[in-house]
Design a protein around this ligand. Structure first.
Ligand code: SF4
Ligand code: SF4
Length: 252
């Protein structure tokens, strides 16, 4: 007797008790493919003994419901639903310290694999990526638009009102630390140092060409628009400067 063709592969993934939309299996495959297609993937995953050494030495595993062993096993066994689930929360617990990579007997880099999963979460505009990166929008604005890092003195309640009351806990020990390490860069509220216009534009062009700005647009369109406006102005200023130089050369 002929049997109808059946499959035990679940086509749509979802929690029957949740109002969240189900995830299409094709989307899960696309996400995993993006992780796997990265050139670093084969270098960072060589197999897994499931020995747990990475988790035993992982500082994040001490404080969070997080295990690099679990993440590596999900990738090694190609557990698409589990990978997607881990990308909702767990991968953001990693401190990117790479202690795991130094200890793994298989030469894996769980921290490096987690970095790939994070980059893929950003590429796919996952809510988890947006939520994690939202408090850092001001830092990204500063870094990309000036080519400079956040100055330590900027980490205070005035500049980070959106961090809520917990910012005062961050602020208190920093004041003591600043006095203990009186480096000139610790005493500014503007930028840690001045980046000239040409360098700033070159940095921006690198971020543009390497797809960093596309990723930024995916996770925060408003921030992307603000940064684009600032950089357009800088590019105009640079063109004006070059024109002035040409005029001066002509006068000579
Ligand atoms: S990633 Fe390495 S250290 Fe971690 S469980 Fe697998 S083999 Fe062990
Ligand atoms: S890189 Fe991440 S997973 Fe690896 S030991 Fe550090 S915190 Fe843990």
């Amino acid at each position: 007797m002929a049997h109808a063709a059946t499959t035990r592969v679940q086509e749509h993934i979802g929690d029957p008790f949740s109002a969240e939309p189900v995830i299409d299996r094709g989307q899960l495959e696309e996400i995993f493919q993006d992780i796997q297609d990265d050139l670093r993937y084969d270098h960072e995953l060589n197999g897994c003994l499931n020995c747990g050494i990475c988790t035993a030495t992982c500082p994040a595993a001490h404080y969070y419901d997080f295990s690099p062993r679990e993440i590596v096993q999900l990738l090694w066994t190609e557990n698409l639903e589990g990978i997607y689930d881990a990308m909702q929360e767990k991968i953001w617990a990693c401190a990117q310290c790479y202690t795991c990579a130094a200890r793994c007997p298989f030469g894996n880099s769980p921290g490096g694999l987690i970095m790939l999963m994070r980059e893929t979460a950003i590429k796919h505009g996952m809510e988890s990526a947006k939520n994690v990166l939202r408090p850092f929008s001001r830092v990204m604005l500063k870094l990309i638009s000036t080519g400079n890092q956040l100055a330590p003195d900027m980490i205070n309640p005035d500049h980070f009102a959106d961090w809520g009351p917990n910012i005062s806990k961050v602020d208190a020990p920093l004041k003591i630390l600043r006095k203990a390490i009186p480096m000139p860069t610790l005493n500014t509220t503007a930028t840690a140092w001045e980046v000239n216009l040409k360098t700033s534009i070159e940095l921006y062009t690198i971020w543009e060409m390497t797809g960093v700005l596309d990723q930024l647009e995916t996770i925060d369109e408003n921030l992307f628009d603000v940064i684009t406006d600032i950089m357009d102005e800088k590019r105009d200023d640079w063109e004006d400067f070059l024109d002035e130089q040409d005029d001066e050369d002509d006068d000579d």
